[in-house]
Design a protein around this ligand. Sequence first.
Ligand SMILES: Cc1cc2nc3c(=O)[nH]c(=O)nc-3n(C[C@H](O)[C@H](O)[C@H](O)COP(=O)(O)OP(=O)(O)OC[C@H]3O[C@@H](n4cnc5c(N)ncnc54)[C@H](O)[C@@H]3O)c2cc1C
Length: 516
Amino acid sequence: MANYAIRFLLAFGQLNVDFQLIIMPAKKIVVIGAGFAGLSAATTLADLGYAVTLVEKHNMPGGRARIFEAEGFRFDMGPSWYWMPDVFDRYFARFGKKVSDYYELIRLDPAYTIVFDKNDRMRIPADYKALQELFESYEPGAAKQLDAFMKQAAYKYEVGVNQLVYKPSRSLLEFMHPSLLLDMTRMDIFQSIRKHIGKFFKNQKLVTLMEFPVLFLGATPQNTPALYSLMNYADLKLGTWYPQGGMFEIVKAMESLAKEKGVKFVYEAEVTAINISGRTAKSVVTTAGTFEADVVVGGADYHHLDQQILPEAYRNYSSDYWKKRTMAPSSLLFYIGLNKKLEGLTHHTLFFDEEFDQHAHDIYTDPKWPTKPLFYASLASKTDSTVAPEGCENLVILIPLAPDLEDTEALREQYYTMIMDRFEKLTDQSIRDAVVYKRSYAMADFKTDYHAFKGNAYGLANTLLQTAILKPALKNKKLNNLYYTGQLTVPGPGVPPSLISGQVVAQEVVREYPNH
Ligand SMILES: Cc1cc2nc3c(=O)[nH]c(=O)nc-3n(C[C@H](O)[C@H](O)[C@H](O)COP(=O)(O)OP(=O)(O)OC[C@H]3O[C@@H](n4cnc5c(N)ncnc54)[C@H](O)[C@@H]3O)c2cc1C
């Protein structure tokens, strides 16, 4: 009755908006997981007036992008490449902020180095003219070809990143707009990126450079749609950036903005169950208490929520479905503190001195510890003096591995020796004798820390059959008010897509559960 009277007064303009907010309490949203996707969803919803509580298993935000400190070194545990700066700009602009309100961005030049052999390196310049000259030096006519390639890639980036990735992908109808359909034919969805690149460049080293961004997508170039040449545009035109202080600066910025918008953070709160009544999720049970919810947004690993947290009757997918997914690789990482500076290396170095296809075969076709793996070395201390003590180097080595392999200390050590042998030989300097700190991280840690399915690092591979509406859905099919966000749903793995995923799910919540 009281509610009826209030609605009557509202209808006749007798109550102002502030009073509406007092008498009609904001809907309660519980977001699970403070990775990029969870932070993004929570902030977007809090900004629209929802009462948002974010529950996180760890004692800090960031998820796969957490940090740790040891012996005076500060290590970013996950992402190290800051690509697609426009996506971050757009995210902060949504809340009336600028990236520069939070951290200083530096464009890396060279963006990165590819080591093919001891005396054979390719340094990728930030300047496009210099890049064209580099291409021409490897293959006559390649500079012009690069222009043609980039023109298409720019178009794909424009349509892909500005229109397609913000779609919730709940139905094909979302893509049925006539102008979008026309665009889609130019998006190269049914051709592989390997074939696409091969039409423009013949030189194997240029081909390797152009295929490298595909590694971020977790699939082989043969299985990745040519749509993703938009990643080449992101790489070679938009550039590789670094937030001074490290990648965790992005997380700190997002947490601070979330708090400003009113998000309540509860750390060391591991979700163990979701209480359900009928078709409605009622509350989220964590190790730090139970939180009532009108809507739940799951930003923890999708498989974990679906298969381990929800009772069987409410799961979106069967265990068979999950078994058939192609996961992106896991990784073996070494976080290393060195008591000296390394010679001749840049911030990012890719060691492509072995066959990419053989390593890919050991990841996707015949999953096993690779015989001759490619690896990546990050030396953030080349750009940033705050991540290592003076005169020291902060080194992170990453070796992509097939998910769900046996993971033992002995195997990790075997690969440490193998990689260090090559690293020292290829860079012509001793490294192991300067190691003052070392920690390894691999499949078993991804499982323990993030409940990662098969110990994956980057979620699902971006193959054609795992794109858009073919990805795990962002809404539960049996519960009206449970949504998912993060790298296992749309639009996919990576920091920018995770930021976008949070915004996409927020838009769906707003549409179906308007606040007032
Ligand atoms: C080694 C590595 C290197 C990478 N490099 C790059 C890169 O250079 N550039 C790039 O763009 N991307 C990179 N990525 C990918 C990128 O980091 C991820 O795609 C992105 O961080 C995923 O964000 P998310 O929010 O989906 O998931 P997550 O970061 O995994 O967040 C999920 C959160 O949920 C929490 N959680 C899980 N279970 C529970 C539970 N039961 N209760 C409560 N909380 C729970 C977790 O603790 C975590 O904080 C890299 C990833 C890794 C692992």
